[in-house]
Ligand binder design. Sequence first.
Ligand code: DGL
Length: 265
Amino acid sequence: MVQSQPIGIFDSGIGGLTVARSLKEALPLEQFIYFGDTAHMPYGDKSPEEILQYSKKIVEFLIANHVKLIVIACNSASSIAASALRSAYWKQVEIMGVIRPVVNDIVKNNIKKIGIIGTQATIQSQIYPHLLHEADAQIEIYQLATPLLAPMIEAGKVSQSVLYQTMADYLSDKHFEDKEAILLACTHYPIIKDEVNTFFKHQKRIFDNAAPLAFEVKKYLTDKNLLATVKKGANQFYVSRYSDTFEKAIYTFYGKQLEVKEVHL
Ligand code: DGL
């Protein structure tokens, strides 16, 4: 691996852009190759076998594009497929998921009562309770699958009342009332972070994957002496099915229209 190689990032759709944004802020000289698997979105409702199969194809595509590191910017794929992907590709590339960095962040912040929302796949995997309790057996956790949110966000329903109502329905669950913090355990959810904050009247700390992951990636690249020293090429964006909202999301996140290429894996 050399410093000038790009970093690969993938998600089922636009959610990973929340992670890509933090990576770009923390590592302005890096070049990124982003893959949004829009043809298979949502991942959260798929079987573990399907999620692993999609993820493998994307990892192979990114390896073929000579990335020095792959970030799984998706909780569903990180919880289901990260270890299998690492076992399959460890000789070719380092693969980082989004879960452990935010777990470390929650523990470091001494959170004792937390509510978690995520996709069906992530919640069913039990990965967050498992890792959080491993670090601190006293943490009180309540998790709820909120499967309608990511598809609605992906469909561009942000700031429409139907999305707010759906979110409010989920968050009205009384088990969230006494929690001091909420973990947005899906990379799509930071897109509606303001709405979540409004719902809870800014009374809860909100955690998400992006900043803790960016911190870990920077640390990893620094330790391995793999940090880019000059900006080489432009970032590249790929999707498995063209989507209008993906293009719009790119504009929102990057402030300009960037080319999005469709590839079928
Ligand atoms: N953004 C993803 C996650 O973090 C996937 C959402 C989905 O495709 O269901 O889980």
